[in-house]
Structure formats: structure tokens, C-alpha cells
Design a protein around this ligand. Structure first.
Ligand SMILES: Cc1cc2nc3c(=O)[nH]c(=O)nc-3n(C[C@H](O)[C@H](O)[C@H](O)COP(=O)(O)OP(=O)(O)OC[C@H]3O[C@@H](n4cnc5c(N)ncnc54)[C@H](O)[C@@H]3O)c2cc1C
Ligand code: FES
Length: 301
């Protein structure tokens, strides 16, 4: 603990975050601590459950329309994936509200059908099947065709569009759900560096710093070191090998660079494939892309 405190003090950083709008500040934290363990052992939120989606609503305070629509569209069978589906959709709804799109009709959100479908694209369901889950998500979309929504407990076959819309559990776009509190936005300074001696985790913030790390004699054995971009693939890809050192490239701005002009396109090494597609699409709509860019665009999608 003393080492960790020294590292945090030396970096001048502390971890500041909010739980249900309440501010917490930690001068040091063991990176293997799970949020669940922290909540149960060091806050008054002692009854938090693993895989819990109850922050959105619960039996005591009332369910969120996401819960109600998931239930009404029969979109939860064993329930294992349901909390993840709910919070993924909730995140998409919050992000859609941040856009300057026109206000949707009452009961709907600024989300589009395509975004509603994409919001759960990374979540796997083993038993319900995706159609009812996607229907529950799409029921929030401003551009949804009500005829496309499948079997549910809200309306009967043959009901008019107006009756269907009225039967959906109401969605209030200004609902009192705690997201990212304003006081935290003012406190964002940087990521909290971990003590590399202890955790073998390096966060270079400049290309030169990265080059120096790679030149360092301690890094001469390629087997011991891995370049990562957040390392979120761990767990998904069952790699059992543990490396002594990880270099996280996320904070090197040049590696996230995207430059597209009539002479060609240039992408930093850590730009995600979805960002590449998005930026090529934007370029495609905006101007007259070169033949090469057109070819790359066609090859990717
Ligand atoms: C959470 C969940 C809920 C589901 N709900 C439903 C539902 O409500 N309705 C529905 O129709 N489907 C449902 N399914 C799908 C359904 O369970 C599967 O499609 C079905 O069980 C697949 O059967 P299976 O025999 O192919 O494989 P499994 O059910 O996985 O059966 C494989 C069996 O073979 C045994 N086995 C494996 N290897 C060997 C071996 N070498 N020698 C001897 N035995 C071996 C295993 O122990 C296991 O008992 C659900 C699936 C999940 C995960
Ligand atoms: S509801 Fe069972 S895994 Fe999705």
C-alpha cells in the first residue's frame, strides 16, 4: 500500500469518480479491485449484485421503460444477458439525446432504428433470440415502423398505429437517471498512471516516450512485452500467457490520427476499423474521394 501511495503522490493523481451522483476520491487503488468489491466493502451500497442492471429501476422504485419493454416484447428468457442488454440500450439512448437532432414524437427517443440495433450488437444472448430483443430496442427509435415490431403483450394484432404507440410503456426523455455528473467533468485531468514497477503497465503519452520505452534494455525480450490498446481483448480471446510488461498505446495522439485529403488517407495504428469505416463514409458523402479511397471504402464494407 505504501508503494502505491508513493506512486500516486509522485504522479500527483488520484482516482475521482461518482456512484449514483456521490463523489469518491481514492489516492490509490489496487487495479485488481473489482467495482463490485469496492462498492460492497467501502461504500454504503452494500447490496449490489453481480450482473446487476437495477440502477435503471427496480421493484421498489419502479421499473425503467427499458425493463418494461424488454418484458413486454418477451425479450428475456433465462435473463442472463438482460442486464447487459438493458444498460447497452440505455447508453445508446443517453448518447442519442446528446445529438442536435429534432425532438422525436412523445414516447420515443432521438435514437434511430439502426442505432437501436447496433446498441446491442456486442451482447450475446444464448436463449431468447435477437428478434424480440431488437424489437424492444427499436420501440424507442423515432423512425421505427410500428408494423415491424413483433409479438408483444402491449397490443393486439390489427390495432392501429396510434393505439400501439399509446400502449407502449411511456419513455420520458428527461427522466431523472444519473449519468456523468457535471462536477466530475471539471475534475478530469488525465488517466491515473499505475506504478509500472509493480504492475508492468506503461502508458506513454508521446511518440518519443514510446520510442524510449521500446529502446530500453529492459524491453529487449519480445516475449515479455506486449503492445496493447486498452487490452480489452483479454478475456474475449482466451490468451493464457501473461506478459511481464504491457505498453498501452491509447494515450499517444499520433496513433489515433485520421487524415483524409484528395491525395490519400492516413490512419494512425490504433484507429479502430469502425472509425476507419465511419471516416471514409463521411468523406464519401462530403466531397469527391479519389479512386484509391473509393476502392478502400468498397473493400471494407
Ligand atoms: C440458457 C439457455 C436457455 C435455453 N433455452 C431453450 C429453450 O427454452 N428451448 C429450446 O428449445 N432451447 C433452448 N436452449 C437451447 C438448447 O438448450 C440447445 O439448443 C440444446 O440443448 C442443444 O442440445 P445439444 O445436444 O446440441 O447440446 P447440449 O444441450 O449442450 O448437450 C450436450 C450434452 O452432451 C454431453 N456431452 C458433451 N460431450 C460429451 C462426450 N464427449 N461424451 C458424452 N457426453 C458428452 C454434455 O454433457 C451435454 O449433456 C437454451 C440454451 C441456453 C444456453
Ligand atoms: S435471455 Fe438467456 S441469454 Fe439472453
Amino acid at each position: 500500500m505504501a508503494d502505491e501511495r508513493d506512486a500516486a503522490a509522485a504522479s500527483g493523481g488520484s482516482l475521482v469518480f461518482a456512484v449514483n451522483g456521490e463523489r469518491f476520491e481514492l489516492s490509490t487503488v489496487d487495479p485488481s479491485t473489482t467495482l463490485l468489491h469496492f462498492l460492497r466493502s467501502q461504500t454504503r451500497f452494500e447490496s449490489v449484485k453481480l450482473s446487476c442492471g437495477e440502477g435503471l429501476g427496480n421493484i421498489k422504485d419502479g421499473f425503467h421503460p427499458i425493463h418494461q419493454r424488454i418484458a413486454g416484447f418477451h425479450a428475456s428468457q433465462c435473463g442472463f444477458c438482460t442486464p447487459g442488454m438493458c444498460v447497452s440500450l440505455f447508453g445508446a439512448l443517453v448518447n442519442a439525446e446528446k445529438t442536435n437532432r429534432p425532438d422525436p414524437p412523445p414516447g420515443f427517443s432521438k435514437l434511430s432504428v439502426s442505432e437501436a440495433e447496433k446498441s446491442i450488437a456486442g451482447n450475446l444472448c444464448r436463449c431468447t433470440g435477437y428478434r424480440p430483443i431488437a424489437d424492444a430496442c427499436k420501440s424507442f427509435a423515432a423512425d421505427v415502423d410500428m408494423e415491424d415490431l413483433g409479438f408483444n403483450s402491449f397490443w393486439k394484432k390489427g390495432d392501429s398505429k396510434e393505439v400501439k404507440v399509446k400502449s407502449l410503456p411511456p419513455y420520458n426523455r428527461n427522466g431523472d437517471i444519473c449519468t456523468f455528473p457535471d462536477f466530475l467533468k471539471k475534475e478530469i485531468r488525465s488517466s491515473m498512471p499505475l506504478d509500472p514497477k509493480r504492475y508492468g503497465w506503461y502508458n506513454p503519452v508521446r511518440v518519443e516516450e514510446l520510442q524510449n520505452l521500446l529502446k530500453d534494455n529492459d524491453f529487449d525480450s519480445a516475449n515479455e512485452m506486449k503492445l496493447v490498446v486498452g487490452n480489452t481483448g483479454t478475456g474475449y480471446y482466451k490468451e493464457l500467457k501473461r506478459y511481464d510488461r504491457y505498453i498501452d498505446l491509447r494515450c499517444v495522439p499520433e496513433l489515433s490520427m485520421i487524415k483524409i485529403d484528395p491525395t490519400g488517407a492516413e490512419f494512425g495504428a490504433i484507429v479502430t476499423i469502425s472509425k476507419v469505416i465511419e471516416s471514409l463514409r463521411k468523406n464519401d458523402n462530403g466531397g469527391s474521394p479519389s479512386r484509391e479511397i473509393q476502392l478502400v471504402s468498397e473493400a471494407i464494407w
